[in-house]
Design a protein around this ligand. Structure first.
Ligand code: ADQ
Length: 486
């Protein structure tokens, strides 16, 4: 579906400061930065969500509501790169309770199979309610009559319900970027019914994977006695559609980077700097316990110890982006990962020859693309992941159909990238076998797997995801207007 601008609406919006399209996400799509003269400025964030929504937001002159990233008062609304930004203020207590507490120490682990024990804290729940209400009230203020509002992710699950109470005229969509757990797990949540009712305030609820959609349907039946038919949930006299919309990446832009001579030269340089090994195994993750970093390192360590990988010929590069560093579980994970890296290097490296290069920092997209190009094997082995865009970025980068992707069955991406070496990361022996198979794969085998994955991605890029979701929400809005007019 093509996205067409709405010039008449745009003019009306500018005059009234009310918008026909409003996006809500925990973070605004910009970060604090300084310009060449050292003055503070805003820079567009590198995230995939911004890339996905930018064309739609610009063509429809939409507004984006989110936190600007620092505790304290919110800057006044401003326009950046054609998008109207409405910052939400969070106090230090809000950051503790709503963001680091309820969102990232309760909901995040629970929705990821409780791979770490979720922490339940009543004060955090109040903080979560309070901040969700602040977002809902901000959306109610800026949305034009009958506007489309798209709410994103686990931080804001109460917003659809709150917003519907404030503004029943709006069409509300919600998309969850992380997994949605099975009924038994979800039911551990003290706020379970409140959250479910919050989500059901939307007209359209989108998930990354069919299993998440199924879990949501079952939960609505189980917890609220809702009636579910053909993907539609009938609840309290309203119809809510829940469906699967797997997110993707800007494939054309990733390919453009991969073909850039400077990026290709950098990839060659990286291999030289690594000592021109026969095999480079790469992993790129946020330093998060859901990403399976420790098990991956254990698999590599055992393969070296057993002589199935030769330390003189193999290098692993683990890029681990710092994240949520104030939360205890993340600090503990970092210590464990760094101990494992030191142990592997202590036991198996030589002078001037490291077995694991551990890079605890963020990189720009060109450097990441160069790393993807330099890697013979990409190991993406989360214990649970909504989608995992790194897997898709690697495939999109391999324009010559070389390279091997080892991919966890528990990443949403496994439902689409079926030709990868799919593994259960909890099964260490299976993981080791998959890594050695991928290391040993010849060019023909690599191409046999890479070609269909690349063809699939070209057809399913991030624009298709964004327009698919918006088109569906637009369609529901049209059905609704027609019914109201009849
Ligand atoms: P994340 O858990 O953050 O996202 P992921 O999908 O892998 O996980 O996205 C990570 C992004 O960060 C990628 O675009 C990657 O290029 C980038 N990145 C990784 N390492 C980096 C580094 N060192 N420097 C700079 N950038 C780096 C959540 C869900 C996922 C879901 C996405 C999108 O947990 O499952 O795929 O949202 O919906």
């Amino acid at each position: 579906m093509a996205i067409t601008p709405h010039p008449a609406r745009t003019l009306r919006q500018a005059a009234s400061n009310r918008y026909d399209l409003v996006v809500l996400a925990n973070r605004l799509p910009v970060d604090h930065d300084t310009d060449a003269d050292g003055r503070p400025c805003w820079r567009r964030s590198p995230g995939g969500l911004v890339t996905a929504l930018h064309p739609i937001m610009k063509s429809r002159a939409g507004a984006w509501i989110g936190w600007h990233g620092r505790p304290g008062p919110a800057p006044t609304p401003f326009v950046h790169d054609g998008i109207h930004l409405h910052p939400i203020a969070l106090t230090g207590d809000d950051v503790d309770g709503y963001y680091e507490g309820q969102s990232n120490a309760t909901i995040w682990p629970l929705y990821h199979d409780a791979v770490e024990q979720p922490v339940f804290d009543r004060a955090w729940q109040d903080g979560y309610r309070k901040v969700n209400r602040r977002f809902a009230e901000a959306a109610a203020r800026v949305a034009a009559p009958g506007a489309l509002v798209w709410v994103h992710d686990y931080h804001l699950q109460l917003v659809p319900g709150m917003l519907r109470e404030l503004r029943p005229d709006l069409r509300i969509g919600f998309f969850l970027h992380i997994p949605f757990p099975p009924v038994e797990l979800f039911c551990q949540l003290p706020m379970r019914e409140e959250i479910l009712r919050g989500l059901l305030g939307a007209d359209l609820v989108g998930f990354q994977h069919p299993s998440a959609t199924r879990n949501f349907h079952s939960l609505a039946e189980h917890l609220l006695d809702a009636k579910v038919t053909d993907g539609k949930i009938w609840h309290e006299g309203r119809e809510v559609v829940a469906d699967t919309f797997p997110i993707s990446i800007d494939v054309a832009d990733q390919q453009r980077l991969a073909l850039d001579p400077a990026v290709r030269a950098r990839a060659a340089q990286i291999r030289r700097e690594l000592g021109d090994p026969r095999t480079v195994i790469l992993a790129v993750d946020r330093l998060d316990y859901t990403k399976g970093i420790e098990r991956r390192l254990s698999a590599y360590e055992e393969l070296l110890a057993e002589g199935r990988l030769d330390p003189a010929e193999t290098v692993m590069v683990q890029v681990a982006v710092p994240t949520r560093q104030r939360i205890d579980q993340y600090q503990a994970l970092r210590e464990r990962v760094e101990r494992a890296v030191s142990r592997i290097n202590g036991d198996h490296s030589g002078i001037g020859r490291l077995c694991v290069h551990y890079l605890h920092r963020s990189y720009d997209r060109a450097e990441l693309a160069a790393l993807y190009l330099a890697a013979d094997v990409m190991a993406v082995t989360p214990l649970r992941d909504g989608m995992n865009l790194v897997a898709k970025e690697y495939v999109a980068t391999r324009t010559d159909h070389t390279g091997a992707l080892v991919l966890s069955e528990f990443a949403g991406a496994a439902a689409e990238l079926e030709e990868a070496w799919l593994v259960n990361p909890h099964d260490l022996d299976g993981l080791k076998d998959a890594v050695t198979d991928a290391v040993d794969a010849d060019a023909e085998e690599q191409r046999r797997r890479m070609e269909p994955m690349r063809a699939y991605l070209r057809r399913h890029d991030v624009n298709r995801w964004a327009t698919g979701f918006m088109g569906r929400l637009d369609g529901l809005a049209e059905d609704w207007s027609a019914a109201a007019a009849a």
